[in-house]
Design a protein around this ligand. Structure first.
Ligand code: HEM
Length: 416
């Protein structure tokens, strides 16, 4: 960008200034704030405040930006300040407002970076979680570790890359507009400068799961309907049983929270695309077009794992994905899947597409639920020939907060 570009950028900024101005931006923000509040639950905003964090039981949006950050602060008090600032910013952004003036002083960088100005809230949700290392003693929080927040440890068929794994804090931003989701994570990282650094970042598109009964089932990059037999987030009883941490949690502050597992799963797309339709359907255990189980005709037909072909072989193969992932083995293992497709261009080493599923699941115990399923899948899933788990992270997602509070407040109340 030459001088002209800079001038153009400057002019654009001036334009914003004259449209809004410092006072104007605040006034606009103020107006937006009021509208945001009134339209809570309306078509375009998802309420930020509430007993649970949004972005879990709320209907999955179309786009994801997921950031994992490492903390560089040295004390619980500084971490608390960061969470306060993040909560405030997230509340504004999810209401469709800038969280600070885009235009204030020509001498200082804008507070809000501005790329979401003029864009709708796009159902933005921002969901925060704490990684296991937050409770390693650095902040004096070792006594408050959520009881299941132990690292997942190696699982069969892992090909994990440390640079795409772990992290102290996660910020899951979902929206129907990718720029709105990006703006959220970018600005939260910016607010955190000096207190936390981005460790890895993943963009996702095309939700790969239906998470409510009203949503139709989308397709993943293998072309199969994904989410048919997912937990439904509007099924309160199932959510209480499988997703929300309950009254049996010894860490009172974490009751009403949940655990988020993120897995970056690359699909070996070229190999998959050379596989015959019949084999693809055997691998999954469902028909590609309809999404029906191989033992049925309609998408939501109940899977019959005992059905056999005339020769006696099971219709759904012993190593089919839905047999091994399904809850037949242990009904207590069900999870809420809320993942997205991703593509990160071409793998320079092989010239092949680096694309797949950024898998996200929520559950009340990642070891008893996610890891138990993944252990079976990693050992025997027919899909393994076509996928590689390249990233992994686990976060404890605290409950939500009310206006005036901040995410994680109960953790700190105990320590202040
Ligand atoms: C790239 C990797 C993966 C792909 C392409 C994939 C694809 C699919 C598809 C097409 C279905 C059938 C439709 C449905 O019920 O949603 C399914 C079901 C399921 N998958 Fe996956 N999946 C992947 C990884 C995983 C992982 C890592 C887990 C958990 C550890 C998992 C857990 C499940 C579960 C629980 C079901 C429902 C099974 C049932 O009860 O019928 N999947 N998956």
């Amino acid at each position: 960008v030459g001088g002209d570009g800079a001038a153009a950028a400057f002019t654009r900024r001036r334009l914003l200034a004259s449209a809004g101005g410092a006072a104007g931006a605040l006034a606009l923000g103020g107006a937006g704030y009021a509208i945001g509040r009134e339209s809570d639950g309306g078509a375009d905003t998802v309420p930020f405040y509430g007993a649970r964090q949004a972005g879990i039981a709320t209907a999955a949006q179309d786009r994801l930006v997921f950031g994992a950050l490492d903390l560089t602060v040295g004390s619980a008090a500084e971490l608390r300040e960061l969470l306060r600032a993040w909560t405030d910013a997230a509340a504004h952004m999810t209401a469709g407002e800038p969280f600070g003036p885009v235009v204030e002083s020509p001498e200082a960088p804008p507070i809000d970076t501005g790329e979401a100005v003029g864009l709708a809230a796009a159902k933005l949700t921002v969901t925060f979680g704490f990684g296991p290392d937050v409770f390693d003693g650095r902040f004096g929080l070792a006594g408050s570790r959520p009881s299941a927040l132990r690292p997942l440890g190696p699982l069969p068929a892992d090909y994990l890359e440390p640079a795409r794994s772990g992290g102290d804090i996660c910020v899951q931003a979902c929206a129907d507009d990718p720029q709105v989701a990006f703006h959220a994570v970018r600005n939260l990282a910016r607010i955190a400068r000096g207190a936390a650094e981005l460790r890895w970042l993943q963009l996702g598109f095309g939700r790969t799961s239906s998470t409510t009964s009203a949503q139709t089932t989308p397709r993943n990059l293998q072309g199969f309907k994904d989410g048919t037999n997912n937990l439904k987030a509007d099924d309160d009883a199932a959510m209480a049983r499988f997703v929300w941490v309950g009254a049996d949690e010894p860490q009172r502050w974490f009751r009403g929270g949940t655990y988020l597992v993120a897995r970056r799963i690359r699909m070996l797309i070229e190999a998959w695309d050379r596989t015959s339709l019949g084999e693809q359907e055997q691998i999954i255990g469902r028909f590609k077009t309809s999404g029906a189980p191989l033992t049925g005709t309609h998408e939501h037909d109940v899977v019959d794992l005992d059905a056999r072909q005339r020769g006696g072989a099971p219709l759904i193969a012993p190593d089919a994905h839905i047999r091994l992932a399904g809850s037949a083995a242990n009904d207590g293992e069900r999870i809420l899947r809320r993942g997205y497709s991703y593509t990160d261009g071409i793998d320079p080493a092989t010239g092949q597409l680096d694309a797949g599923l950024f898998f996200i699941s929520f559950q009340r115990n990642p070891h008893i639920q996610f890891a138990a399923i993944q252990r079976r899948l990693g050992r025997n899933d027919a899909l393994n020939e076509y996928i590689r788990h390249t990233g992994s992270a686990l976060f404890a997602v605290p409950p939500g907060t009310a206006r005036g509070g901040y995410i994680g407040e109960h953790l700190f109340r105990k320590h202040s």
